[in-house]
Design a protein around this ligand. Structure first.
Ligand SMILES: O=C(O)c1ccccc1NCC(=O)[C@H](O)[C@H](O)COP(=O)(O)O
Length: 220
């Protein structure tokens, strides 16, 4: 079975790109959300994207972005994927995919079993689904909160599109999360930081190694 693919989200410095790429991550995420400690201006993101080696797919994380914002973003920063982390409807996901001609990953927040049908709804239009913890209503950030959800909710489930498990994963928990859910892709931000917005190269290496060593339980 191929290695679990890892996305390291919230890269802000060239050192972060090096840490993610040398650890063997498949994706690097750039956050465009002003309130986030990981927020990047377009010029900084462009420099990081140009610095990234070919094996690291460059993912831009945006929240309820309008076409003007996305026009400017995609004209400035060379990207491989857009991650939609707001309240974008399935119709808006389809519109963004058609207009910007980039693969689109839609984040879906999960707290209880009642949230699961959303995954299937978005799987009809998005290229990938990021299955994340649903933030608390009073949270400042719609993601990147280091909050986990009950992984048993998605264990053994199948959807029409590739999906990535996210939410509060750490180097110590990712193997168990993969074994329990069967995830073939995982995403992390807070769990590989030494402080909010500050990535830790040692934690990135430990996370990728633990994810890739993990054995997903095959499900029928
Ligand atoms: O990281 C942020 O600051 C952020 C801001 C706005 C929307 C989403 C954001 N992050 C999402 C992620 O980093 C991940 O895709 C995911 O939520 C996992 O984060 P974490 O629980 O911190 O590992």
């Amino acid at each position: 079975m191929p290695d679990v693919r890892v996305k390291i989200c919230g890269l802000t410095k060239p050192d972060d790109i090096e840490a993610a790429a040398s650890a063997g991550a498949a994706y690097g995420g750039f956050v465009f959300f002003a309130k986030s400690p990981r927020h990047l201006e377009f010029a900084a993101a462009r420099s990081l994207a140009l610095y990234a080696p070919p094996g690291l797919a460059k993912v831009a994380l945006v929240v309820d972005a309008d076409d003007g914002f996305l026009d400017a973003l995609t004209a400035t920063v060379p990207l491989d994927m857009l991650q939609l982390h707001g309240h974008e409807t399935p119709e808006r996901v389809a519109e963004i995919k058609a207009r910007f001609r980039l693969p689109v990953m839609k984040a879906v927040g999960i707290a209880t079993a009642d949230d699961l049908p959303e995954i299937g709804r978005y799987a009809q239009v998005a290229d990938q689904i990021l299955i994340d913890a649903k933030p608390a209503p009073e949270a400042d950030l719609p993601g990147g909160n280091g909050l986990a959800f009950d992984w048993r909710l998605v264990a053994g489930k199948r959807w029409a599109k590739p999906w990535m498990l996210a939410g509060g994963l750490t180097p110590d928990t990712v193997a168990e999360a993969v074994a329990l859910t069967g995830a073939r892709q995982v995403d992390v931000s807070s769990g590989v930081e030494s402080a909010p917005g500050v990535k830790d190269a040692g934690k990135i290496a430990a996370f990728v190694a633990a994810a890739q060593a993990a054995k997903a339980v095959p499900r029928i």
